[in-house]
Write a protein that binds this ligand. Structure first.
Ligand code: THG
Length: 265
């Protein structure tokens, strides 16, 4: 599982405050904690700061990369903010995300076309949020085919079928899971990703739903997720579910996780 640490997101109160105050130490602590917990990418999001997003995102990338070797997932729909962040990013960043919404698509395609950047392809279009599995697949098809035509390698694409709250519609869970299954079958070598915790929005005891949903999604082939890596139970579940899904030769990762103490929750 490719873990994208979600915690450096300005919509979280403490992070929004730290960004506004340019509190390097606070941001770096969260970057270090997520790296130590096993994050492969550090998501950076300054989306609440209209007008200042490019400057803040650039500062976040510099601040984070000063204390971790991990690349960032640059979480913005704004090409100017993404360009600013990329201008200081070391190594191969992940763009989070392109979608089929026309303006976003047209502006972000030139940034990723012909590069080795990783890119999350979010299943959203100008028709709004997809509801049924077919809507998600139609968008995924168009996005992936178009990205590949524009010289983005299939292995650099992470399709995000979009997790929506099941408190709104109790079929949103299965629509997502079925979409993951179909995408993994249809595009060999492609990756998938999602903001998993959206599933439990509006419900109590969210951790329990998030962890169980993660296990179900892994069974369908999910191999990337934007999650809180400091949730030890979640991280332990991921290692166990991947072994059970046949993704862990000789249970090597499971055994390694056990020996490192990661399975003591
Ligand atoms: N898809 C893609 N990108 C995304 C999302 C998506 N980026 C934003 C969001 N959705 C995923 N990121 C977050 C970040 C923080 C939280 C949820 C999703 C969050 N965190 C808890 C909090 O602030 O209380 C803390 C973590 C916890 O305890 O679980 O709510 O769908 N491509």
């Amino acid at each position: 599982m490719i873990i994208i640490g979600e915690l450096i997101n300005a919509s979280r109160k403490a992070i929004g405050k730290a960004i506004e105050e340019q509190d390097t130490v606070a941001i770096q602590q969260v970057a270090k904690d997520q790296t130590a917990a096993g994050a492969d990418y550090i998501d950076v999001n300054a989306g609440i700061f209209v007008g200042k997003e490019p400057d803040y995102l650039k500062w976040l990338v510099e601040t984070v990369q000063a204390v971790t070797d991990k690349p960032c997932a640059i979480d913005s729909p704004d090409p100017k903010a993404i360009e600013a962040a990329l201008s200081v990013h070391a190594g191969t960043a992940m763009i989070n995300s392109i979608s089929l919404e026309k303006e976003r698509y047209d502006n972000l395609l030139p940034i990723v076309s012909g590069t080795d950047l990783k890119v999350i392809a979010l299943c959203m279009s100008d028709a709004g949020m997809p509801e049924a599995v077919e809507d998600r697949l139609k968008i995924a098809d168009e996005l992936v085919n178009s990205l590949v035509r524009h010289n983005v390698k299939v292995e650099n694409i992470f399709v995000d079928p979009l997790v929506q709250p099941m408190s709104v519609n109790n079929h949103f869970g299965t629509a997502f899971l079925d979409a993951v299954e179909a995408i993994v079958q249809r595009f060999p070598g492609i990756h998938t990703a999602c903001g998993l915790s959206n599933i439990s929005y509006g419900l109590p005891a969210r951790k329990f739903l998030n962890q169980t949903f993660m296990t179900m999604a892994i069974a369908k082939g999910l191999d990337g997720a934007i999650v809180n890596p400091l949730d030890r139970q979640m991280m332990a579940n991921i290692v166990a579910a991947e072994a059970l899904a046949g993704k862990d030769d000789y249970c090597m990762n499971y055994l390694k996780a056990f020996r490192s103490g990661m399975l003591e929750t």
